[in-house]
Ligand binder design. Structure first.
Ligand code: ATP
Length: 230
């Protein structure tokens, strides 16, 4: 589903590369944690998959497509198949829960009938039924992240990328969010999650890829957190 072949990313010619010679394959339906100290390249990895950045060397395949060869006008199409969730939720503050999720369908031209059908369905799957009319600031952090997850998966993407999705949440709420991500993964979506949350990584027993100074230094099928420095 996601393949990195000897990928190097250098933002600035004078600086050290953010990723160096990274080769990695995540199969359809896998759940992969990306761990590593701050600045080790986790967010860069995620931005390359979305083609928010382009690789300096090497090749990246997403669902069989070489992302560097996708014409600019087709990049939105790539991103439709890759849902994203972030630490800071990134909801539209003046729109209701319903409208935040509906927006993801409207921008790709789905009909009103589809919106009316799909939005309540996905909000129910993330446990937000009855909160459709709330504004983001009327929700807890965990609920806001559920809205963000609903928005990310309403188009049924093959891949879900999560960059520190539990970074702003307390431990109990974090576990609830992880249960939700695991459920989405069990439905067949490939999930890749960058995190500093050692307890979650240790509890989930999923594949762990560790980056250090832009290199993959560990890749274990059911790993633990164990990052030496932060
Ligand atoms: N837009 C940018 N321009 C220049 N350098 C950048 C840019 N984004 C990231 N970098 C550099 O690339 C390296 C990797 O950064 P990246 O954000 O991918 O790390 P990270 O592992 O996600 O860190 P964190 O856990 O703190 O989010 C760092 O040295 C960083 O300073």
């Amino acid at each position: 589903m996601i393949t990195f072949e000897q990928v190097t990313k250098t933002y600035d010619r004078k600086a050290k590369p953010a990723l160096r010679d990274v080769s990695l394959k995540a199969e359809r339906g896998e759940f992969v944690f990306l761990v590593g100290p701050s600045g080790s390249g986790k967010s860069t990895f995620i931005r390359l998959i979305l083609r928010e950045e382009t690789a300096t060397a090497g090749r990246i395949l997403v669902a069989g497509q070489d992302v560097s060869r996708i014409p600019t006008w087709k990049v939105p199409h790539l991103r439709r198949n890759v849902g994203t969730v972030f630490q800071d939720f990134r909801l539209l503050p003046n729109k209701t829960v319903f409208d935040n999720v509906a927006f993801a369908l409207q921008v790709i031209g789905k009909s009103r009938a589809v919106v009316k059908d799909k939005v309540p369905e996905v909000l129910a799957t993330v446990g937000l039924q009855g909160k459709e009319r709330r504004l983001p600031h009327e929700l807890s952090g965990g609920e806001q992240q559920r809205v963000a997850i609903a928005r990310a998966v309403v188009n049924r993407p093959g891949i879900l990328l999560a960059d520190e999705p539990t970074g702003n949440l307390d431990p109990e709420t974090s576990l609830e969010i992880m249960a939700l991500l695991e459920r989405i993964n069990r439905g067949g979506t490939t999930v890749m999650m960058a995190t500093h949350d050692d307890e979650i990584v240790n509890a989930m027993k999923k594949r762990v890829v560790e980056l250090s100074e832009g290199r993959v230094v560990r890749d274990e099928a059911t790993g633990t957190y164990r990052v030496s420095s932060r």
